[in-house]
Structure formats: structure tokens, C-alpha cells
Design a protein around this ligand. Structure first.
Ligand code: IPM
Ligand code: MG
Length: 369
């Protein structure tokens, strides 16, 4: 039997330094839990552009298609702001999502008890929070045609993007949300703007169709996305699973991330159809960006990226108990008071570095054997 394979794409900014900590965790599972992985590494984003003149080389794309799971750090940075749109670092990530057809992006927002007082919201509002945002990731306004910037023939220019969704695109991501809800509290809230967008009307109808025909046991509600954003900060615990499109999901998941205290806490899994070996096509990445302002200073929080590996254990490698073990180690370290600078708030603690946080998590894993 060959080991499961992981392709690591650290990317830009804080990506490489948080990924160094994830490597420690991966190695820990290899050494202590008999779960050796074949790990390889490659470039994406600005780092790939610097080396190859493209944010994702074809060979890297092919490798991503051939492994069991891809783990990505972050892409982008001010150095690349002036680049042509087609070679911007973000295009590398979007190409991975599109060509691997990773249509279901799972973004859990869980509030750890140790951080409940740290959120900008009141303790009661977020203590015990556990919601899952399912964001459609391969269609909508991110990819719709026509798109571009053109002359408007009146001396000005016009910028065009197209919001476009088909029945099958909506139904498959809705099924992912309903499947997850069945393993959770059994409730899905679908968000769109059916009051102003035809694509939103279709979204609402198709999600309802999937519920009525295939998941009658799951409770489904609908909300306009703006009202949903408001409800997310008013009383987030009303939600179990939220399913929404690519653009609304981008915004709503950043809102949800902040409920948990810091963007540095939120992992994600992007899943596609099953491969020949039964595992889904999969890419795991933290929701946070490349944070160029703090890159290379040991200030980054590696937890979102480490928890993304926990999601890989759960969704790609069918090792839910090991994922629980890793999440418990993170919870323990936070309960012990360890904080990277993003988690400092009003507290009187000295912050720990990125590497110290990673070491503390592997030490907590050690202690738990
Ligand atoms: C995210 C990011 C990306 C997105 C960027 C980096 C292209 O914001 O994953 O949420 O907009 O999807
Ligand atoms: Mg985003």
C-alpha cells in the first residue's frame, strides 16, 4: 500500500511560515499515529510568478490533480498589485479551484471557549458557536462570462462581470450542504438575493427542489444575503449550515470568521467529486489571506492552517477521530493561554510566535497520547 499523498503549496506572505508549523503536525501524525504521508511541495501565487512568470505552472496543476489532497497557505501581496489580471497571484488559486472542480467550500466557524471573551461580540452571542458555511466555489460572478473591461464607445469604459448559475451547479452544492446538515443539527439556511437577481430566484427554487425531493428530513429556510449578514452578527447561533453562492460566501465567511475572534482561526475545505480511489478531490486552506504586513516576523497565527489539515484528516483521509485529537490539542493550547498577536485583545499576556504556537500544539498532541 502506498502512503496517501499531500501536495503543499505554501504560497506568499505568511503562507510559508504557517505551513512550516503544519509540517510539524503532519510529521507528528506520521511518527506517532502510524499515518505516514507522501508530502511534496511546490509554488503557487506570487512565488510561482517570480519563478515561472505564471501564478500556477502547468506541472503544478497536474501534480495537484494527481495527489490525494492539496494544502495551500495563502496567495497575494502588494508586490503583485500592478500585475496584469491574468497573472495575478489570486488567479493561481482560482485555477486550482476551477480545474479541480472544487464546487463545495466548507468554512466552519467554531468559537473556542478560551476565545469567547475575545470576540468583538458579546460572550453570550458567540459562546458555543458552531456553524458551517458552504460556499459554492467554481461558478457565479467569479467565473461567469462575459467579463472584462471594455471601451463603452462614448469615451468611457465599462467593467463587466456576470453572475451565472445552472440548475446542476446549484443542486450539487445544495446536496453537500444537506449531507452535512444530516450529520449536524439538521438545518440549512440558503442565502441569495432573490429580491433583485434572477440567479437568486433560480438558486432559491433549486435548493428548495433538492430539499423537497431528496432531503425531506432536513429543515430548510431562505434568507436574503444582506439580512443573513445582519443575522450572523446579531444571533449567529440560530444557524446550523448556511449554503450560499461564491461571492456572498466570500463575504459571509469573513463575517463568520470574525465571530470566532480572529481570521487566524478559520480553516476551510474545498471538495469536488470523488476520485477513482473514492476520496473527493480536495484542497484545504486557511480562510485568512497572505497578511503581507506581518509576513516573515513570526507573528502569524498558524491555527487556521493547522485546522485545515484537521479537515483533511476528516474529509480526505476518513480519520475523524484523529481530526478530533488535533482540534482538542488546539483547544488545550488556547485554554492554557497561548496567544499569537492576533488573539491578544485586552488581555495582559505576552504573545507567542508562530513557531511557539506550532510547537505547543505538537507538545499538546504528545501529552495526549
Ligand atoms: C477567499 C479569498 C479568495 C476569494 C481570493 C484570495 C481569491 O478571499 O478564499 O475567501 O475571493 O475567494
Ligand atoms: Mg475571502
Amino acid at each position: 500500500m502506498t502512503n496517501p499523498s499531500i501536495l503543499i503549496l505554501p504560497g506568499d506572505g505568511i503562507g510559508p511560515e504557517v505551513m512550516t508549523e503544519v509540517r510539524k503536525v503532519i510529521d507528528w501524525f506520521g511518527a506517532n499515529r502510524g499515518m505516514a504521508f507522501d508530502v511534496s511541495e511546490d509554488l503557487v501565487g506570487g512565488a510561482a510568478y517570480d519563478a515561472h512568470g505564471t501564478p500556477l505552472a502547468d506541472e503544478t496543476m497536474a501534480r495537484a490533480q494527481s495527489v490525494d489532497a492539496v494544502l495551500l497557505g495563502a496567495v497575494g501581496g502588494p508586490k503583485y498589485d500592478e500585475l496584469d489580471f491574468a497573472v495575478k497571484p489570486e488567479r493561481g488559486l482560482l485555477r486550482l479551484r476551477k480545474e479541480m472542480d472544487l464546487f463545495a467550500n466548507l468554512r466552519p466557524a467554531v468559537c473556542f471557549d478560551a476565545l469567547a471573551d475575545f470576540s468583538s461580540l458579546k460572550h453570550d452571542v458567540i459562546a458555543g458557536l458552531d456553524i458551517m458555511i458552504v460556499r459554492e466555489l467554481t461558478s457565479g460572478v467569479y467565473f461567469g462570462e462575459p467579463r472584462g473591461i471594455q471601451d463603452d464607445n462614448e469615451g468611457g469604459r465599462v467593467g463587466i462581470n456576470t453572475q451565472r448559475y445552472t440548475t446542476s451547479e446549484i443542486r450539487r452544492v445544495a446536496r453537500s450542504a444537506f449531507d452535512l446538515a444530516r450529520k449536524r443539527a439538521g438545518r440549512v439556511c440558503s442565502m441569495e438575493k432573490a429580491n433583485v437577481m434572477e440567479s437568486g430566484v433560480l438558486w432559491r427554487e433549486e435548493v428548495q427542489w433538492v430539499r423537497d425531493n431528496e432531503y425531506p428530513d432536513v429543515e430548510l429556510s431562505h434568507m436574503y444575503a444582506d439580512a443573513g449578514a445582519m443575522q450572523l452578527v446579531r444571533w449567529p447561533k440560530q444557524f446550523d449550515v448556511i449554503v450560499t453562492d461564491n461571492l456572498f460566501g466570500d463575504l459571509l465567511s469573513d463575517v463568520a470568521a470574525m465571530l470566532t475572534g480572529s481570521l487566524g482561526m478559520l480553516p476551510s475545505a474545498s471538495l469536488g467529486a470523488p476520485m477513482a480511489n473514492g476520496r473527493p478531490k480536495a484542497l484545504y486552506e486557511p480562510v485568512h489571506g497572505s497578511a503581507p504586513d506581518i509576513a516573515g516576523q513570526g507573528k502569524a497565527n498558524p491555527i487556521a492552517c493547522i485546522m485545515s489539515f484537521a479537515m483533511a484528516l476528516r474529509y480526505s483521509f476518513d480519520r475523524g477521530a484523529e481530526a478530533d485529537r488535533l482540534e482538542a490539542a488546539v483547544e488545550k493550547v488556547l485554554a492554557d493561554g497561548l496567544r499569537t498577536p492576533d488573539l491578544m485583545g485586552q488581555q495582559d499576556l505576552a504573545p507567542v510566535s508562530t513557531a511557539e504556537m506550532g510547537d505547543a500544539i505538537t507538545a499538546a498532541l504528545d501529552a495526549g497520547i
